[in-house]
Write a protein that binds this ligand. Structure first.
Ligand SMILES: Nc1ncnc2c1ncn2[C@@H]1O[C@H](COP(=O)(O)OP(=O)(O)O)[C@@H](O)[C@H]1O
Ligand SMILES: [Mg+2]
Length: 289
């Protein structure tokens, strides 16, 4: 891995990659696994080496994100495996649910060694999904996360409400995060897709054995899980005992896979969205967006 400075920062956030037709999952995985990767720049707000690239195979080209394992900053609380492996495991779980939350993601060889390659999704991070409202109650269609203070422009602060959208696709992300024990679901890790679909990105710090759920999506805490989500979780529990569990073993420890199964089974048993630890404020990531 060359020094960070040798890979140019992108002068502007990558805009829409173009009016490219959508790829189905198989085609996307083939492109990501076999395509030639050309690094175009690093994403400046990324804490690890997160590179914006073009990838091309058999006449098909798309934008992608490349995160080489060599560019991972070691984390004391995630000593096992690699962040790239956790991203790929999270993708496998997203596919197993059929919810299509995580963009197609593969582990492969590429610039600077082994890394994870993920399809780039056009969309403003957090756009239309998270907001700050200066009211005591959220507007219709929004759910409260926490009270915050906003600058009043006169050297002081005004109370406001951090809110997220109340939508079924976002609610599935909340369930998914409870399953994968996501420690970093900030606004910028949500990408709006077509027709209200919501993508989630940056799953390097998921799937720990200990409860690490840090998310903005607390709006359904304590509410009953939707029936279709319960159905999906029951199927996931069965799959984890079979091929899916075996496939995850390439990226996770046996304890992490057991803890994953226990989280899924607890959701099925309680039929309820998780609540923040009693007596404590909701665990939210920092920065929030
Ligand atoms: N698959 C993707 N599609 C679109 N934008 C992405 C994708 N992955 C990352 N990004 C953008 O790049 C930024 C940094 O990527 P992220 O995965 O959050 O890296 P890091 O682990 O370094 O925080 C994100 O906040 C987002 O704006
Ligand atoms: Mg990030």
């Amino acid at each position: 891995m060359p020094p960070r400075e040798r890979i140019p920062p992108l002068s502007a956030a990558p805009g829409p990659a173009g009016r490219e037709t959508a790829l189905d999952t198989d085609a996307a995985e083939e492109l990501l696994s076999r395509g030639e990767i050309t690094v175009e720049g690093r994403l400046t707000d990324a804490s690890n080496a997160t590179l914006y690239c073009r990838i091309e195979f058999d006449g098909v080209a798309r934008a992608c994100v490349w995160k080489p394992v060599a560019g991972e900053r070691p984390l004391w609380d995630f000593p096992d495996g690699t962040l790239a492996g956790r991203e790929v495991a999270t993708y496998a779980l997203s596919e197993a649910t059929g919810w299509g939350i995580v963009p197609p993601t593969v582990l492969r060889e590429g610039p600077y060694g082994t890394g994870m390659c993920q399809l780039w999704i056009d969309g403003e991070p957090g756009g239309g999904l998270v907001d700050v409202q200066e009211a005591s109650a959220p507007e219709p269609g929004w759910l409260p996360i926490a009270q915050v203070a906003v600058d009043d422009g006169e050297g002081g602060h005004r109370p406001a409400l951090l809110v997220h959208r109340d939508s079924e696709p976002l609610r599935r992300v909340a369930v998914f995060d409870a399953v994968v024990n996501n420690a970093d679901r900030k606004g910028g890790h949500l990408l709006p897709g077509a027709d209200g679909h919501v993508y989630g990105i940056d799953h390097g710090i998921c799937l720990h054995t200990d409860d690490k759920l840090r998310t903005l999506l607390w709006g359904w805490a304590g509410e009953g899980l939707p029936d279709d989500a319960l159905e999906t979780l029951r199927r996931l529990s069965t799959d984890l005992g079979k091929d899916l569990g075996a496939a995850l073993a390439a990226h996770l420890t046996a304890d992490e896979i057991a803890a994953l199964g226990a989280r899924v089974d607890a959701l099925v048993r309680t039929r309820t969205h998780p609540v923040p630890t009693p007596g404590r404020r909701p665990a939210v990531p920092w920065p929030l967006i």
